[in-house]
Design a protein around this ligand. Structure first.
Ligand code: RP5
Length: 155
């Protein structure tokens, strides 16, 4: 993520990965404030053993696109909700990549962070039967948690 202030959002990706027992690392790497850290991370990501990168950033959110420019690993971008423009700035700056450098862009905020983790899990599960099983269980448990009849006391 681009800043400590993104962690409130991006912790939902980390929590979802943890729930699926997927090894992961949460790092602060700012495209603007720590550009050298970004280059070292993105260029070395595959060599370091990473399989997928989830990059969350807000505002002028260059982190996912710049990461994707320097690695051919799958990169998922999470637009963090910004104070000034409610995350529309983050969304548009992440989603509008030029053809040739893909960033799989998720929804703004918490939902996007959770879904980035689930999408990363789905990619990893292509070659990991045990993880595919855990993902199926996670999905089934989500379905089971949805009541069919609304409950007034839940308000
Ligand atoms: C972006 O600027 C970060 O991803 C963050 O969402 C936003 C604001 O950062 P802070 O000023 O809170 O560090 O680079």
């Amino acid at each position: 993520m681009g800043s400590q202030s993104d962690w409130d959002t991006m912790r939902h990706a980390a929590d979802t990965l943890a729930a699926l027992d997927i090894g992961h690392k949460a790092l602060i790497v700012s495209a603007h404030r720590t550009p050298d850290r970004l280059v070292a991370f993105a260029k070395g990501a595959r060599q370091s053993g990473f399989k997928v990168v989830i990059a969350g950033a807000g505002g002028a959110a260059h982190l996912p696109g710049m990461t994707a420019a320097m690695t051919s690993l799958p990169v998922f971008g999470v637009p963090v909700e910004s104070r000034a423009l409610s995350g529309m700035d983050s969304l548009l700056s992440i989603v509008q990549m030029p053809g040739g450098i893909p960033v799989g862009t998720l929804a703004i905020g918490r939902a996007g962070a959770i879904n980035a983790a689930l999408l990363a899990a789905a990619v990893l599960a292509l070659h990991d039967e045990a993880l595919a099983g855990r993902l199926d269980i996670w999905r089934a448990s989500q379905s089971a948690s949805v009541a069919e009849i609304p409950d007034d006391s839940a308000l």
